[in-house]
Design a protein around this ligand. Structure first.
Ligand SMILES: Nc1ncnc2c1ncn2[C@@H]1O[C@H](COP(=O)(O)OP(=O)(O)O)[C@@H](O)[C@H]1O
Ligand SMILES: [Mg+2]
Length: 435
């Protein structure tokens, strides 16, 4: 038995739960901090609420609003505001309430699944299977259903995170089809609302789609620290017991999230995580220290998700950097090294091709923008002007992440040729170093 085993204390789940139940209760309604929660008020979104309400108000008189687009970075309240206005509109629709169908393109992303999702939402059950039917068959079925089930009423189709489908031909086609639904319907009418996180997404859009979606759009700007503070305060009142959150904690969460383009989701996440950390450590109040810990944990989670979600080639570029920084001490890493090591790794995995120096350089820039590495242009005598690369995250953390990526985990002990002392690489061949 090793020392580690001797010292190991087994986890007692009964004690854990008892302690938990006897510990202080910080939350009153935890779900009020979830992104899906629709609050009754949306501070600092009056202008945006007014714009969306004005565009959709004609629905109250039985008219059909034109399609429109909403832009703004993540966490600026786009989804919450649309849901808020839809609920208000329903409240004021005396006779027939319009239908609202939400399609989150990060989850439902193919034309087939978008059509199936709309169909299934209207019928209220999974009638169209996840795959199998030809697209035009579903399209016809959908037209029939809209006319038969929604009849003379209006159906809003909200395509949230629309930027995720506009870079493909298929995506453009389905958008075109959806903007033209009304021409093929006898009774029902539809209004398309596209929500995008990226301002530039229109560049990828088919001009015909742009013209039917309208050239104007509603823009949501990021919140400043003061505005985030107000949002957090109104949410904290619902989510936490009285006295658990002080003003300093709110201000700190708001300031940290304001640094990140004024993202309310981030601010709420921080507050929730800080509350959970305080609860875990049996504190009665949330402190600034808890917020800072929460920030660290969120950054860590974010990096883990980001790296796991990268394409394999980007992961291989990062693995190359990891392998070079792992072995020798104080070695300067230049992009040429990464190119060489990537080539060796690519040759070890069936079906993976080597990349040009140009592509490697693109991946290096992406990793730099994601702050996983730093890549600085420097003048080094021997190499001329080149990029000097450093790993920006903990090697142990990276190792833990890559251990869970199947194609990468076996490469973690690979020793690149430029590090193997007894081999040299000249041009494209490897030779054993003499004596
Ligand atoms: N003005 C606001 N008042 C209260 N909560 C807000 C406000 N803006 C955003 N939120 C909250 O922040 C989170 C992110 O908002 P969301 O609408 O999902 O952003 P987006 O769709 O722009 O990414 C949600 O929990 C939402 O309820
Ligand atoms: Mg959203």
């Amino acid at each position: 038995m090793t020392n580690k085993d001797d010292n190991y204390e087994s986890f007692n789940i009964d004690d854990f739960y008892k302690k938990y139940l006897n510990g202080p209760q910080l939350f009153k309604k935890r779900e009020a901090l979830e992104p899906s929660f629709v609050p009754h008020e949306l501070p600092h979104r009056d202008k945006e609420i007014e714009q969306i309400a004005s565009r959709t108000a004609c629905a109250l008189r039985g008219d059909v609003p034109s399609h429109f687009l909403i832009y703004g970075k993540t966490g600026t309240g786009k989804t919450a505001t649309v849901r808020f206005v839809s609920e208000k509109l329903a409240q004021y629709s005396e006779k027939i309430k319009p239908w609202w169908i939400y399609i989150n393109c990060s989850i439902v992303s193919t034309p087939y699944r978008i059509l199936a999702h709309i169909y299934n939402t209207i019928v209220g059950s999974e009638q169209i299977p996840p795959t199998g039917l030809p697209k035009d068959v579903i399209f016809k079925k959908l037209l029939g259903l809209l006319d038969y089930k929604i009849k003379n009423s209006l159906c809003f189709l909200v395509l949230d995170e629309i930027d995720l489908i506009t870079d493909t031909k298929q995506g453009n086609e389905i958008l075109y089809d959806l903007t033209r639904l009304n021409e093929n319907l006898d009774n029902c009418r539809t209004c398309l609302i596209g929500i995008s996180n990226k301002l530039k997404f229109k560049e990828n859009l088919d001009p015909r789609v742009v013209s039917s979606l309208g050239n104007e759009h509603i823009t949501f700007s990021g919140y400043n620290a003061k505005e985030l503070g107000d949002i957090l305060e109104s949410r904290a009142k619902i989510a936490f017991q009285e006295g658990v959150i002080n003003e300093g904690v709110i201000r700190l969460c708001a300031a940290l999230a304001a640094e990140e383009h004024g993202d309310a989701r981030k601010a709420l996440q921080l507050l929730r995580k800080a509350g959970e950390i305080a609860e875990r450590s049996h504190n009665k109040y949330v402190s600034n220290e808890h917020v800072r810990k929460a920030q660290e944990e969120l950054e860590r989670d974010h990096i883990i998700d980001y790296i796991k979600g990268m394409p394999l080639q980007a992961q291989l570029v990062l693995t190359s950097i990891y392998l070079i920084s792992k072995f020798p001490k104080e070695r300067i890493i230049v992009s040429g090294d990464i190119y060489e090591v990537h080539k060796e790794l690519a040759n070890l995995i069936p079906g993976v091709s080597t990349l040009t120096r140009r592509r490697i350089s693109d991946y290096i820039n992406e990793l730099h923008s994601a702050e996983i590495i730093t890549a600085e242009k420097k003048s080094l005598g021997y190499y001329g002007r080149t990029k000097v690369i450093k790993l920006n995250i903990d090697k142990k953390l990276l190792e833990t992440i890559f251990m869970e990526v199947n194609k990468i985990k076996d490469l973690l002990n690979y020793k690149p040729i430029l590090i193997q002392k007894n081999k040299v690489r000249i041009s494209d061949s490897t030779f054993r170093r003499l004596g």
